[in-house]
Design a protein around this ligand. Structure first.
Ligand code: ITT
Length: 190
């Protein structure tokens, strides 16, 4: 039986499905019209979204919430990444940072899993990297064209395949932690 991943973002779904498939788990994508709460912590947003999605579906499911945290901008856009991407986008963020020498940034991810009648669990991941001076690459989504992970070879996430991004990304780390927990939980309930 497939496990439900509640997201409206098909790129995320593809990234996560690739990892889940390696763990022998099939996912089903569900985009729910639930309103995402606005909060200063990704974990809090993910936890609340998982509870809301689970109660509206009446089934176990998980959500993932991510954001880009720029060091010189004191963590901006962080939990506001979706809004900032939709409004000023990569060009706007690059302009905002034009005179900033410190390009350090990180992506953070929070995965939250919830079962009816249980409290949600949260799993985190993060990847350190830097913001370029121009957008590069056409793969991926969101801020991928302006972010190069420190542990990579200088390419941006948008210049990598899904498999390559999954070796380094915030989301892959959080998902792997969740999948380990999920497999143990399934085993215990067998
Ligand atoms: P959901 O339906 O799953 O919530 P979303 O696209 O709204 O999908 P998030 O709220 O988790 O996703 O992410 C906020 C924004 O942060 C997202 O719109 C992207 O612009 C950016 N972002 C998140 N993860 C990213 C990644 O891996 N690469 C590039 N940008 C990312």
């Amino acid at each position: 039986m497939a496990l439900i991943f509640v997201t409206g973002n098909r790129h995320k779904f593809e990234e996560v499905s690739e990892i889940a498939a390696k763990h022998g788990l099939k996912l089903e994508m569900r985009d729910l019209p639930c309103k995402e709460i606005q909060a200063d912590e990704l974990e809090e947003i993910a936890r609340q979204s998982a509870v809301d999605a689970c109660s509206s579906l009446g089934k176990p499911c998980f959500v993932e919430d991510a954001g880009l945290f720029v060091h010189a901008l004191r963590g901006f856009p962080g939990p506001y990444s979706s809004y900032v991407f939709r409004t000023i986008g990569n060009d706007g963020l690059l302009k905002l940072m034009a005179s900033i020498g410190d390009r350090r940034a990180e992506f953070r991810s929070a995965v939250s899993y919830c079962e009816p009648g249980s409290k949600p669990s949260v799993f985190r991941g993060r990847v350190k990297g830097s913001i370029g001076f121009e957008a590069r690459g056409s793969k991926g989504f969101g801020f991928d064209p302006i972010f190069s992970p420190d542990k990579g070879d200088g390419r941006t996430f948008a210049e990598m395949t899904i498999t390559e991004k999954n070796e380094l990304s915030h989301r892959a780390q959080a998902i792997k932690r969740f999948l380990k927990y999920y497999a143990q939980r399934k085993k215990a309930h067998r």
